[in-house]
Design a protein around this ligand. Sequence first.
Ligand code: F6P
Length: 541
Amino acid sequence: MSALREKKAWRALEKHQPDVAKHHLRDLFADDPGRTERYKAEAAGWHLDYARHRITDETLKHLFALARECGLEARRDAMFAGEKVNTTEQRAALHVALRAPAREVIKVDGENVVPEVHAVLKRMAAFANEIREGKWLGFTGRPIRNIVNVGIGGSDLGPVMAFEALRHFSDRKLQLRFVSNVDYTDFAEAVHDFRPDETLFIIASKTFTTLETMTNAHSARDWLMAAAGGDKKAVAKHFVALSTNEKAVEDFGISTDHMYGFWDWVGGRYSMDSAIGLSTMIAIGPNAFRDMLAGFHAMDEHFRTTPLEKNLPVIMGLLGVWYNDFFGAETVAVLPYEQYLKRFPAYLQQLTMESNGKHVTVEGATVDYNTGPIYWGEPGTNGQHSFYQLIHQGTRLIPCDFIGFAKSLNPYGRHHDLLIANVIAQAEALAFGKTLQQVKDEGINDELAPHRVFEGNRPSTLLLTDRLSPTALGSLIALYEHLVFTQATIWNINPFDQWGVELGKQLALRVVDEIESPRKSLSHDSATNATISWYRKARSK
Ligand code: F6P
């Protein structure tokens, strides 16, 4: 048995789970209405309400004990101190340095990295301002109006999510689009109505080797060259790079003057507040970008200094472990009741699943417990008319994170009251449901009654704040980053590598070569050989 399952607190939780499982949230509330007051916490302007969880004081006691037994505080401090917590790549994971105020000192290999971070931010701000003020001109002398971020994974999902989230604060004179898929349709649709001489491409790639991004970047350069009559000098006016790989950027033809760097201690999915956030900064301006960084930092400080019992990322992370490992829950639904957060669930999928989708411990032993759950979701209220049926009446336990704001950025009539009424009602319906007796009392006949019963007892978290702003977004993202870290620490896995994406990449390179060299003999399994043969024929018909 693994060391984790032998821990005192883990065993206590195993023993305790049936006591909790046999109680309905209705009973937990009836017996202890004061739980609402106790099961709440605040940080960086966010209010966490976790009263509707299948927990008691004893559950929490064991969960916090588990966190301590797993050394969460020490591991957290090691991360903040720049230790090489990403052990399989021998790197620090110091995204917290990206939002550290200039006066702070955070060292990697004995060197303070904070001044470098601020130097890059300063250069980014100067460039962003030139674009925003119409001073950066394309090859015909027209100002840049269109910005296309070309990247994938962390070099796309963060920027696109942040742009959508903060669109309200963005400069509407500028058009921002995002190209990620190697499917050329993505590129073609992104630029179809753009003038090349008004378009800037931001090639965002930590490694500057990612197949999708480099393929799209070359197509973007072809598109520009076709319009610029092959004049290579146009590249300098229309391409900038965000990367850690200076040489590859230069080889592509982008001078380092037009490169904004970051460092190997910034993971792709933790990079939207690094140079990778250039599109965000262009859209909302350097001041609002700084506000976003301040939001991140406020949550970092909360996570770093607040006792576990009042620590939002820790509480949420531990509740996730409780359902994942002791109730067999397989997924978590993230349900932002804010249209601007429509890409937030997609962003969280990479953050959570690329981080905690691991089957071996830090030491390389196969785990005998479940690690990262599946994250998914849609903005409310759309999801209510689609998959909420399953959450309410299906057979699976799906803990839900509801995210809501007291004020709308586009207030009009009753819209916002209706929106928020729905968050509150959903959390209530999930927790308390509707009994058979209640259904019958409503006059529903015996035949139909079972179909109208809501079991309830479905847990949810409410994350609430005043309004969506750059600051609120920053702290929300940092909250989930540290939640992921908390869980990884409990599961004793490395949340900062992603070896699981490699095999598919390698095989794709081999397959593409075989597709493009039709005489090459195939030596895969029979299914793979058959599909390649089908495509070889089908593509040339
Ligand atoms: O999917 C694997 C991955 O390495 C992600 O972790 C990363 O965000 C993405 O590819 C893009 O990588 P890069 O920024 O190097 O192009």
